[in-house]
Write a protein that binds this ligand. Structure first.
Ligand code: SF4
Length: 688
């Protein structure tokens, strides 16, 4: 072993910092990470990476890693053996199940753990507790995009590959900032725009980097993207710029949609979204003239009260203009976490079994019932938000949560704090003692991606293998092993000795994965799900849309005005990512290479507002919403305009984290919090 530690080991891994799915070799010696080496064989990124993928890995050796299970005794965490912790978890969960039924337990899975680990968590819920109360963090970001796509085209993934985006004549980005959130994908768009004449339209309140590069940048009023999208669609249809032939062959409900569109005139759109008629016409003309349009969207769309319907309006526009079923066209929801796509694919959702087989589908359920040897509830379970409500009402007694910092990422964090304290029994599995873990009765130390084998699925539906580069730290274990230990203590008889066996079981039950296995995925190979025969497919819907008649459907959804706040809350606060940080910052805050570059948190204030309210650069301000308050330094920048504020979301501190301002306001269809619809008032506390 000593010999081996002196040698440099090179291991293929998949980046964990965003949904682009870059792969590279990580060079290690013992536990030391020497460097990250990209290679031409990487299907998504070849020799590119961004700052996070290159320098973001110190966290795996952080002294703050959990290395032993913790049990709360007399209000304090005490280190314990695995046996003691797992026995306690199993016995408490079993007794709660016995007393209150399986539906009194909730399961929250993670988009940071592997596909296999997600699969076993939903299996634990469905097999050992006979409950569909299982969800993942897509509820906080991408569920509305998935919903909008399922209603229109029948599947929830990106229509083509990331490479295909470069082939589009026009890219429209709505409510996203890929230059910081999905850097390597953004590089492809930048290159196509600069070198190959690709047109770029960006709809975002903030003048982010992509907006600066765009041909047309619009800043629609908060929560009105659906209005301008529908107005552009109507204008194009009225002028005969739609693709009638494509619609005749491929799409249902066109006449009904035209009726819905009736009121979405340019005047109506201008009044509600603030985008001028001329600009709307220019957008319509640009779509008309483009050879292929891809629409990319992110949380500026999906974290709103009308998020699902806006996602459907995006897909409707693409259907009306024949922009599906070919490379360089189609819908591209930008998945945030590296495995948010995979977590959903694996069925850690209250409505879907693995492979997008609906829990209400009797045939699909029967297949899982046979495999799991239990009855599976034919009704959807509770989502994250509903679980919190059920805890508040006393209906949910226990929760098993893996790799999710709910107390920080859920909206209205003050309320979440209260609710989590009300659980009878709470198990948190993570690599750090997260804010959420502070509420746990038992904390189980999982392992980060570099310490395990498995697969991740990126935003373009590409499944890729990661190989174990480092031994697990201390007594921590791969997350699938921990879940298996819990299941077996509850009477299951799982015998997985490697994630490949879990993958095989999943694939045998999921038609869209039927031709995927670890051999197909060996090395730099990958697999893109989405074809009807279960083979790999870069392009979705080649053999028709995912409905029985193979035809897509226009979703008939009207726009509804966004949530109204009392007038005293006069400033809109937006939030989003920073290039250097991973989401709420739990991991990147512990990476010295990153933290030294951007240590501070701030709120962006426009020069106009700063002048009017006498805010100085670096001065302290207090922001108050109906749900909480935070204190921050002001950063005066023209990236924001007028009464718009912007707060990066990577704070873990109660005094500065965005979710101490956001409230219990949700997307109407999926319960995704409308984080982007938050209004505050500002008090100036001190000059710089
Ligand atoms: Fe990692 Fe995303 Fe950066 Fe690629 S673009 S290196 S996947 S964070």
């Amino acid at each position: 072993a000593a010999m081996r530690e002196t040698r440099t080991k090179k291991t293929k891994t998949v980046c964990t910092f965003c949904g682009v799915g870059c792969t590279f070799e990580v060079w290690t010696k013992g536990r030391k990470i020497l460097k990250v080496q990209p290679t031409h064989e990487a299907p998504v990124n070849a020799i590119s990476t961004c700052v996070k993928g290159k320098f973001g890995w110190d966290f795996v050796n952080s002294e703050e890693r959990l290395t032993k299970p913790l049990i709360r005794k007399n209000g304090r965490f005490v280190e314990s053996s695995w046996d003691e912790a797992l026995d306690l978890v199993a016995s408490r969960l079993a007794s709660i199940k016995q007393q209150y039924g399986g539906n009194s337990v909730g399961f929250i899975s993670s988009s940071k753990i592997t596909n296999e680990e997600n699969y076993v968590i939903q299996k634990l819920a469905r097999q050992m507790f006979e409950t569909n109360n299982v969800d993942n963090c897509s509820r906080y970001c991408q569920s509305p995009a998935t919903d909008g796509l399922f209603r229109t085209v029948g599947m929830g993934g990106d229509a083509g590959t990331i490479k295909d985006i470069a082939a589009a004549g026009l890219v429209i980005i709505v409510g996203a900032n890929p230059a910081e959130g999905h850097p390597v994908l953004a590089t492809r768009v930048k290159r196509a725009h600069k070198l190959h004449g690709q047109k770029l339209i960006v709809a975002d309140i903030r003048k982010n980097e992509m907006a600066e590069r765009s041909d047309i940048h619009i800043s629609p009023k908060q929560g009105t993207d659906q209005v301008w999208l529908m107005a552009v669609t109507k204008y194009m249809i009225d002028h005969g710029w739609h693709d009638q032939e494509f619609i005749n062959e491929n799409v249902n409900f066109f006449d009904d949609y035209k009726e819905v569109l009736e009121k979405y005139t340019l005047e109506y759109a201008e009044t509600h979204s603030g985008i001028s008629r001329e600009t709307l016409i220019q957008i319509a003309e640009t779509i008309r003239d483009a050879d292929g349009t891809c629409i990319l969207w992110g949380m500026g769309v999906t974290q709103n009260t009308g998020a699902s319907d806006t996602s459907a309006a995006i897909s409707n526009l693409l259907l009306a203009t024949g922009n599906y079923r070919r490379p360089g066209a189609g819908a591209y929801p930008l998945r945030g976490h590296n495995n948010v796509q995979g977590a959903c694919d694996m069925g850690t959702l209250p409505t879907w079994l693995p492979g997008y087989q609906h829990v209400t589908d009797d045939v699909a359920r029967a297949k899982f019932e046979k495999a799991y040897g239990v009855k599976i509830d034919g009704q959807p379970g509770l989502n994250n938000i509903e679980m919190l409500k059920a805890i508040g009402k006393g209906d949910m007694k226990a929760m098993y949560l893996v790799g999710e910092d709910m107390a920080l990422v859920d909206a209205d964090a003050n309320h979440v704090d209260k609710v989590l304290s009300g659980l009878d029994f709470f198990v948190v599995q993570d690599i750090f003692l997260s804010r959420t873990a502070q509420y746990a009765d038992v904390v189980l130390p999982g392992a980060p991606s570099l310490e395990k084998d498995g697969t991740f699925t990126n935003t373009e539906r590409r499944v890729q293998r990661l190989y174990k580069a480092l031994p697990t730290m201390g007594d921590s274990k791969a997350d699938w092993e921990i879940t298996q230990e819990i299941a077996n203590r509850l009477g299951a008889n799982w015998n997985y000795s490697h994630p490949s066996e879990i993958y095989d079981e999943m694939a045998s039950l999921s038609p869209i994965f039927s031709q995927a296995n670890y051999e197909v995925l060996e090395g730099w190979n990958s697999f893109l799900w989405g074809s009807h025969d279960g083979s790999s497919t870069p392009l979705l819907y080649v053999d028709g849309f995912n409905f029985p008649d193979k035809k897509a459907r226009f979703a008939l959804a009207d726009w509804v005005e966004p949530h109204k706040f009392p007038e005293e809350y006069d400033l809109h606060i937006n939030n989003g990512r920073m290039l250097e940080h991973f989401h709420e910052g739990n991991m990147t805050n512990k990476s010295n290479g990153i933290q030294s570059k951007v240590p501070d948190i701030f709120v962006e204030v426009s020069p106009e507002l700063a002048k009017e309210r006498k805010v100085s650069d670096g001065g302290l301000v207090r922001l108050v919403s109906p749900f909480g308050a935070v204190k921050l330094k002001a950063l005066i920048t023209d990236r924001v305009k007028n009464n718009e504020l912007f707060l990066p979301m990577n704070s873990v501190d109660k005094d500065s984290a965005i979710n101490f301002l956001t409230g219990p306001i949700y997307d109407r269809r999926t319960s995704t919090p409308a984080y982007k619809q938050t209004m505050v008032r500002m008090e100036v506390l001190s000059a710089n």
